[in-house]
Design a protein around this ligand. Structure first.
Ligand SMILES: O=C1CCCN[C@@H]1CCCn1cnc2cc(F)c(Cl)cc2c1=O
Ligand SMILES: [Mg+2]
Length: 485
């Protein structure tokens, strides 16, 4: 098919909307903010899910499934944090022709669905820790510009909800899960992220503290929350009376966490690696890692070429590599090259008469276009090596790009300049909420205000006497700031 009509570095928004469709990941839907996830996207979700599900099972976390529907009384139980979200709650008000007595909410998240039952199930310390996860969809009827994977009214996620006897156990799990989220981004999606803590203003209002893995999109100069792991403290335990009798026979409230990653992960990967020829999939998450294309020439041993393609696919698949051949005789090799480049397949293998004669295949990398001839004799380990090198190259390239966007600032003028240059800003901050609010006010505009993204766990040296870039007060910590999704 034809190539993309938008260039990534010229029209990023249009490029993205086009590449997700041309790459056959997304089909637009007649309801705004809702998207069809086609198999090319769903298989990436499943690869991530397989990894994460196995990892949480090692941590003795169990999968469950709670209802999609939430009664209003229960939803509004957690008053203060719900009121801010009320406009985005979707409600069922009718069944058939008749109105429901009481409208029913569709879950935007499941704290209020689950925690009445946590209260019922947790009696004594032997019932702890209680650690549940669910793989499901959630609905948030947002009105800000919908973007496939990044911001949709319905999305897939996993939500973990855990309860412990002690804060120490909760604190430890928050970071264990955050490390899994880092691995999802850095080891699978080849996307660099920063682990850190959200400010009091940006954290989940119903919790005690929020940790996050923050990504960055150089093209738009916007930060994006990649996934989140909250310690809820005892706030929900208090509200939902989730108590237990501890070993001393005293009644104590549990300490809770909740954590999630979503289909947004796929959008961040596309934005990071995609180019003007289409998607670029990191091999670890590529549905098809190698596509094998026959290049027949007139009648030169066409059957031999096809047999060699089939044999190549077979030996790759037998070694655990996801390979497939494109034998369609109604498309030319050239058309197939563009098609599979658009779909982001990391490695293409071409087999023509010459390759056949020399008992080799021609491998072409999607990330840098490099071509190598591989003898059939050591096909498997050379292909494995190339795929690993593609994975590594995608991550290193993204890491360098991201680092090139980081701007350390010390003053307000440097801050606004860096913001206009679409930088990811690292600034010393006094950690005062009204200063953070003031920065939001002073940077308001049609591009959106600047906000804190996170305070990285990996803090650079903060020399004595360093002043906050915004207030001039003594700085307490280095913090990432920027516009965000
Ligand atoms: O981020 C996570 C990890 C997984 C479980 N949940 C937490 C917090 C979710 C915050 N949040 C986020 N969005 C919400 C939207 C809503 F309409 C309502 Cl009623 C509540 C919320 C809300 O609490
Ligand atoms: Mg929201």
């Amino acid at each position: 098919g034809l190539g993309l009509s938008y260039k990534k570095d010229e029209n990023f928004g249009e490029w993205y909307s086009e590449v997700v469709v041309s790459g056959e990941m997304i089909e637009y839907y007649d309801i705004s903010g809702c998207y069809i996830l086609r198999p090319w996207a769903m298989s990436i979700w499943e690869i991530l899910q397989t990894f994460f599900d196995a990892e949480i099972k090692k941590m003795k976390i169990k999968n469950s499934y709670f209802p999609l529907f939430v009664s209003p009384a229960v939803l509004q139980k957690e008053k203060d944090h719900v009121e801010g979200f009320a406009p985005e709650v979707a409600w069922v008000t009718k069944s058939g022709e008749s109105d429901l007595e009481v409208p029913i909410a569709i879950r935007p998240t499941s704290e209020t669905v689950m925690y009445p039952y946590f209260s019922k199930w947790i009696r004594g310390h032997r019932d702890l820790p209680l650690r549940l996860n669910q793989w499901c969809n959630v609905v948030r009827w947002e009105f800000s510009n919908p973007t496939p994977f990044i911001r949709s009214r319905e999305f897939l996620w996993q939500e973990g909800h855990t309860a412990f006897a002690t804060k120490e156990e909760a604190d430890e799990e928050v970071l264990d899960i955050l490390e899994l989220y880092r691995r999802i981004y850095e080891e699978f999606l080849a996307v660099p992220v920063s682990k850190g803590k959200k400010s009091e203003l940006e954290k989940f209002a119903g919790g005690l503290y929020t940790t996050t893995v923050e990504a960055f999109i150089p093209n738009t100069g916007r930060g994006i929350q990649g996934a989140t792991s909250h310690c809820l403290g005892q706030n929900f335990a208090k509200m939902f009376e989730i108590n237990f009798e501890n070993e001393k026979g005293e009644k104590a409230m549990v300490w809770q966490n909740s954590w999630a990653y979503t289909t947004r992960t796929i959008g961040v990967m596309i934005m990071t690696h995609g180019d003007d020829k289409g998607l670029v999939l990191p091999p670890k998450v590529a549905t098809t890692q190698v596509v094998v294309i026959p290049v027949p020439y007139k009648d030169a041993n066409t059957q031999g070429i096809y047999d060699a393609c089939a044999a190549t696919v077979k030996s790759l698949n037998e070694s655990g590599i996801r390979a497939e051949a494109d034998f369609r005789d109604n498309y030319s090799p050239g058309w197939k090259y563009s098609h599979w480049e658009m779909k982001g397949v990391p490695l293409r293998i071409e087999i023509g008469p010459k390759d056949l004669a020399n008992n080799q295949v021609r491998a072409v990398r999607r990330d840098n276009g490099a071509k190598t001839d591989i003898p059939v004799a050591n096909l498997v380990e050379q292909v494995k090596g190339v795929l690993d090198s593609i994975q590594q190259n995608l991550f290193e390239t993204a890491k360098q790009k991201r680092e090139a966007c980081i701007q350390v600032v010390k003053t307000w003028d440097e801050f606004t300049e860096a913001l206009n240059q679409k930088k990811l800003i690292l600034a010393p901050w006094c950690d005062e909420e009204d200063v953070e609010k003031d920065v939001k006010t002073r940077t308001k505009g049609e591009m959106g205000a600047a906000k804190t993204l996170c305070s990285p766990f990996d803090q650079p040296e903060l020399p004595e006497g360093t002043l906050c870039f915004a207030s001039g007060k003594p700085a307490k910590k280095w913090t990432y700031w920027g516009r965000s999704y």
